[in-house]
Design a protein. Structure first.
Length: 124
């Protein structure tokens, strides 16, 4: 069954949850956006070693549940590991949640929630 166009027609932005280098690179590529005031919201979160789990979870929830203009959420895999329960629990088709590597943390396909779902689908 196809997803109705109303589910994705207004989803025009990419959100990023990542380390400083990843977010900076994606912002330089043009994915940054801040909504109009008075409730100006960014579509990115820069995390470091001091960023609390609750802050990452709140941003993930905001990008996946509250904001209806986000079509893709890119999250560094090491940060997705911090909130793995929330990432694995999110099953909606929109926005798509994709785990990406960072400079300091290599990509591990065994931890990727999307690849795990695909493997289950094919009975692996």
């Amino acid at each position: 069954m196809a997803t109705p166009a109303s589910a994705y027609k207004d989803r025009q932005f990419i959100a990023v949850i990542g380390d400083e280098d990843s977010v900076t690179g994606l912002l330089l590529a043009g994915v940054g956006h801040i909504t109009d005031p008075p409730d100006a919201q960014k579509n990115f979160l820069v995390c470091d070693g001091k960023t609390e789990k609750s802050t990452i979870e709140q941003a993930f929830h905001k990008f996946t549940q509250e904001r209806k203009d986000i079509g893709i959420v890119l999250i560094n895999q090491h940060l997705a590991e911090v909130i793995r329960e929330a990432v694995d629990k999110f099953q909606d088709p929109f926005p798509a949640v994709l785990e990406i590597p960072s400079k300091d943390h290599p990509y591990d396909p065994e931890k990727d929630s999307v690849l795990r779902r695909v493997r289950r689908l094919f009975g692996e």
